[in-house]
Design a protein around this ligand. Sequence first.
Ligand code: UD1
Ligand code: MG
Length: 450
Amino acid sequence: MTTRTCLIVVLAAGEGTRMRNSRPKVLHTIGGRSLIAHVLAVAGTIGARVAVVVGPGQEAVVEAARAVMPDAEFYLQHERRGTAHAVLAAKAALARGAEDVVVVFADTPLITPQTIARLRGALAAGAGVAVLGFRPANPSGYGRLVVDSDGRLLAIREEKDASPAERAIGLCNAGLMALAGDLAPAILQRIRDDNAKREFYLTDAVAVARAMGADAVALETEEDEVRGVNTQSQLAEADAVLQRRLRAAAHEVGVTMVAPDTVYLCADTKLGRDVTIEPYVVFGPGVTVEDGALIRSFCHLEGAHVGRGAQVGPFARLRPGTNLEADVHVGNFVEVKEARLEAGAKANHLAYIGDARVGAGANIGAGTITCNYDGVAKHLTEIGKDAFIGSNSALVAPVKIGDGAYVASGSVITSDVPADSLAFGRARQVVKEGLATRLRSVLRAGKKKP
Ligand code: UD1
Ligand code: MG
């Protein structure tokens, strides 16, 4: 771990029209987290100062970035005039000085802290500029790294400005660049817009640094780490890479996935040891699953905590605010929202439990609904320890069912049920012997008439 000070400049300006929708490009998500939030999460592990460069009208980007990194600094690039121009928008951040300046693109979400550390290592070893290279299957559109016979990096040529010989180079610019902090302002100031796009290219930092007598080096990485997102299909490809990484990390901590390719994970999904996940499960943001829990097929979980040894699904939906304590069972077609089910409680079939507390060992029968919403406000249902809620009951909140109480099947419960009581909230059954036979003959006689 280096002790050198570091400034990370995140370039996020630009409208991203090739996504063909109205959302700013860097707010698209993979693994439940926006592209820019992924990059900021990596920056956050480095302990660096972070400057984010945005374009005009990108308040939503600023808001999203601030939510995940409150102490980031923001700079506005008034006009999109190239990547070097964008870095200079954060001139004030550069002026405050840092030994290392690292430039990352907000649309390149899969970069790792290890790679940033490698680039910074090259600066510590004396380079003025360190560039990340990769060998893409299809190099079209990328800048090419021009290297001499001794392997020294001489320049980066953007494709539009490249000669046919330069276009034949397979080693491309990934976009990640580290500059020695004491040289960075001078290098950036000297970059000109004398190229096909009339832009100030950050890539020219290499030739400029060389002309100033500084050394420039290229390091290589895998294509998967530097996949940039410019289109919807590249977004999907980046997500596929992330999913493979997340599943591998889950395997590392002892999670069993019967069909890993069918499990969708979020970047913040936390899975314990001996957790088993059956095929076709979707994890939204904010889910923790404790050791030994079983998530059966076709479940959708979001903002939920699943306790040790709990069993969920198949076909269960856990919405934000769900807290299942140890050994809880939530079965098929059960939806839980903003509710705590205490140890050993069971809701095995067809239920809605919203805004509720369900005591330890309580049993919620099939078809039970907490009627939590009156059209204006949400209200709480409290169910005591070891209570038994008969099937097809509607619990009209706010309402309390005491410990050990019984609610008869088909009840509509509108007032509190004390502990150990039995509550009936339904019409009494009436039986008239023989009346079915009479009724049938009356009905049949009626049908014969014209
Ligand atoms: C850039 C590199 C290219 C590299 C490729 C890797 C330059 C000149 N070219 O090309 O060598 O192979 O990335 O993906 O650097 N941005 C701004 N302001 C601007 C221009 C860009 O903030 O004025 C930001 C964009 O939001 C984006 C990043 O900089 O996050 C890269 O810009 P983009 O236009 O995508 O550059 P590429 O043409 O992909
Ligand atoms: Mg790009």
